[in-house]
Design a protein around this ligand. Structure first.
Ligand code: GTP
Ligand code: MG
Length: 474
């Protein structure tokens, strides 16, 4: 398809968030408002066997449809799907994976409803929300699954007691009160004493939740000439209600969460560079780290050392010379903020590269210029700066750090108006057109402009921007 002039909206605004490689991707889906859904479909309390079997059937379909799902675990209205560690399913794009999972599961739920509830009309459309979480190693993915199963145990034991108490005549409030502060052991005792129920005899599906995975099954394919069976191992999708907290299951099924071997190049995929969204003003705000100490060591005047501030301004001016995309700088005390033009394509808007190169450059300028400003002072401690990158929608630009500056002065209780403007207003660094001249090129006269970087100490109110519209719109 030919590219239209509008195509940029896809290229520039769509962010495909890719999940980090070499992680087990878990999609956990959860029924939305299933409290209500189970009520209007008169599910049995606390566990409706058919409803749970329907969930398991949907999970089984998920494993059939998506071969990269290696394990699923479900309880109540939730199901977790574990993708194999190195899956390249939709290039690991988060929104694709998440949306497809909830959608396919929902679709199966509606399609299979009649198989599990032949006498119940589906009165409301069921729907699920979901999230994606990445687990970086075998321990964390095993712990994740153990966490869900422990949750299942705690909830189910409580709900079993609660609904038996309610069915035996207690109000919901009384049942709640009776269970308040009880431990697992107490609940087992209550079930045994009051209802002659051994909790361990409850359905394993209720107690343990359901695991769906591919099990190795040996089947006889034929017999050889001497009549001995020839067996073949096949992988068969299985639902089991077993313990996955202890090591036994995983020792027996090591192939399920197998750590995969890959070629070395895969490490490149970890380099996920965050890009700044388009049509935003990028501000890199640089701040001298441990400046108290630094200014003490170099005996800077307090609270403002004029020379030190001029050194900051000189470094800032050099920043504007080096980075044409910086349209404005504002500094006071030990910090300087640089505004990049809205459409900057510096480092293809990769955040870490912009942030690091600016900070490094500023540091370098500061050190190189030191001798010019402090000819009689040795730089005895390395200055170092930290920075953050901020994104502003257009109308918010211009406020920068001015308020903080004024606050600083109030703190030091200075007579505001007697102080130099540089102290009171901070410093603005920007380009100003200094002259226009005409050059003769061939037979044509060409008007050229010269823009110089200047530093001013002025009010950054509306007036400033009204008089200098070219700064932000050049
Ligand atoms: P959201 O997930 O936040 O939308 O709320 P929810 O109403 O789905 O509640 P949540 O997911 O926290 O809990 C699941 C709810 O589903 C339980 O509280 C029950 O009310 C209901 N539920 C799940 N399974 C069964 C079941 O087998 N029988 C009955 N009766 N209810 C169930
Ligand atoms: Mg729910």
């Amino acid at each position: 398809m030919a590219n239209s002039e509008y195509e940029y909206v896809k290229r520039e605004f769509e962010f495909e968030s890719r999940l980090p490689p070499s992680n087990w991707i878990v999609v956990r889906i959860d029924g939305c408002h299933f409290h209500r859904f189970s009520k209007i479909h008169t599910f049995e309390k606390p566990n409706d066997e058919s409803a749970l079997r329907l969930m398991n059937a949907c999970a089984t379909s998920m494993l059939e449809k998506f071969p990269d799902i290696v394990f699923a675990y479900g309880v109540s209205d939730e199901y977790s799907f574990v993708f194999r560690e190195e899956t390249e399913f939709y290039q690991r794009r988060e929104s694709k994976i998440l949306s497809l999972c909830v959608s396919y599961f929902t679709s199966m739920y509606v399609m299979k409803w009649k198989d599990f509830f032949p006498n119940k009309e589906l009165k409301e459309p069921p729907y699920f929300d979901g999230r994606v979480v990445c687990y970086p190693n075998l321990k964390t993915i095993r712990d994740y699954l153990a966490w869900r199963q422990v949750d299942c145990h705690i909830n189910n034991q409580y709900n079993t007691c609660f609904w038996l108490l309610v069915k035996s005549g207690k109000t919901e409030k009384e049942a709640q009160q009776a269970l308040k502060g009880t431990f697992s052991k107490d609940k087992n005792e209550l079930l045994l004493q009051q209802f002659q129920i051994n909790y361990d005899d409850e359905l394993a599906m209720f107690r343990k939740g359901s695991c769906v995975y591919r099990d190795k099954v040996e089947t006889k394919v034929k017999t050889d000439r001497s009549g001995n069976p020839i067996k073949r191992t096949r992988l068969v999708i299985t639902v089991a209600n077993v313990d996955i907290i202890g090591p036994e299951f995983w020792e027996k099924h090591q192939y399920i969460l197998r750590e995969e071997k890959c070629r070395y190049e895969y490490v490149k995929k970890f380099d996920i560079n965050h890009r700044i969204p388009p049509c935003n003003w990028t501000v890199v705000s640089i701040n001298a780290n441990q400046f108290e100490q630094f200014s003490l060591t170099h005996s800077f005047d307090k609270p403002n050392d004029e020379t030190a501030l001029r050194l900051m301004n000189a470094s800032a001016s050099l920043m504007l010379e080096l980075f044409p995309d910086i349209v404005f700088g504002y500094g006071f005390s030990n910090e300087y903020s640089f505004v990049f033009q809205e459409k900057t394509e510096l480092y293809q808007r990769q955040e870490s590269l912009i942030l690091s190169s600016c900070t490094s450059c500023f540091t370098s300028f500061y050190m190189m210029k030191w001798k010019d400003f402090f000819p009689n002072k040795d730089l005895v401690e390395p200055p170092h700066f930290e920075a953050e990158l901020l994104c502003y929608p257009k109308q918010k630009i211009g406020t920068l750090s001015k308020d903080k500056n004024e606050l600083l002065f109030q703190q030091f209780q200075l007579n505001y108006n007697n102080e130099p403007a540089m102290f009171r207003k901070g410093s603005c660094t920007y380009r100003q057109k200094v002259e226009e001249y005409v050059e003769v090129e061939g037979s044509e006269n060409i008007t050229r402009e010269r823009w110089d970087v200047i530093v001013e100490h002025v009010d950054l109110g509306m007036e400033f921007w009204r008089k200098r519209p070219y700064i932000l719109s050049r």
